[in-house]
Write a protein that binds this ligand. Structure first.
Ligand SMILES: [Zn+2]
Length: 248
């Protein structure tokens, strides 16, 4: 589904637009002109990733032009399909330095898959397949996707190794925020080992100072304009030493 000249949403489940598997995060294609990038391929149950590829084709895009697979953080609803995507597409895989070994080793404990299964979020027989990571991303790194320029920011709090990106060079300035901040200034704290409130506040303050108009999160509503207000709202709550509203 084409949202702008540079942004397509090609997958997502119950907390998205129902374009692919029920548990999939928003799956995005970035169109930089000479190449495409795929952001977070979803959970990858059954043939859900095939559905995503078909959605991309239905949008008139050639999947052979996807040259980068960018993983924002290691939660399974975002990267369960990464191994399949890396196997089926001619892509370099990017993840944060902290997330990369976890993804390569399919460390189910580190990604809190055990507790997420116990809580009923994922099927009991789901296992995370290991996926190669070719490029480890550090704060300040810039990835180019054709004409688009993605600048990486470490944004822990939702989990360790979480990345957000500003995207410039296209039709507007974007924040690709993954699970950092959502519409209405909500955040996603979970009772898992690497969810940290103080780090979360620091990450929200960091992105609140960045220049963007579109807020593109990993779930729920997407704001193509006026996106900054949602981050400002979350930052204001943290500045009062409180906690923004939580998604769950
Ligand atoms: Zn997450």
């Amino acid at each position: 589904m084409k949202l702008t000249k540079n942004l397509y949403v090609v997958g997502g489940g119950r907390f998205g637009f129902g374009l692919s598997g029920e548990l999939d995060c928003h799956v995005f294609v970035l169109d930089g002109g000479s190449e495409l990038a795929l952001i977070d391929p979803g959970l990858g149950l059954n043939d859900d990733f095939e559905t995503i590829l078909q959605n991309i084709r239905d949008d008139g895009l050639d999947t052979r032009r996807i040259r980068k697979l960018i993983l924002t953080h290691y939660h399974c609803d975002h990267i369960g399909a990464a191994a399949e995507a890396a196997g089926r597409l001619d892509v370099e895989v990017f993840a944060s330095t902290l997330a990369a070994p976890v993804i390569r080793n399919a460390d189910e404990k580190a990604v809190a898959l055990d507790v997420a299964k116990a809580a009923g979020f994922y099927p009991q027989d789901f296992h995370l397949p290991p996926c190669p990571v070719h490029r480890e991303i550090h704060e300040g790194d810039v990835l180019e996707v054709g004409d688009l320029r993605l600048q990486a920011y470490d944004t822990p709090g939702h989990c360790d190794g979480h990345l957000s990106f500003t995207m410039t060079g296209g039709d507007r300035n974007y924040l690709l925020g993954a699970d950092l901040v959502f519409w209405g200034g909500k955040i996603l704290l979970q009772n898992i080992h690497d969810c940290r409130i103080d780090a979360y506040a620091g990450s929200v303050f960091k992105v609140a100072d960045l220049d963007f108009d579109a807020l593109v999160p990993g779930h729920l509503q997407i704001s193509l304009r006026f996106g900054k207000q949602h981050v400002t709202r979350a930052a204001d709550a943290f500045r009062q030493l409180g906690v923004p509203a939580n998604l769950v």
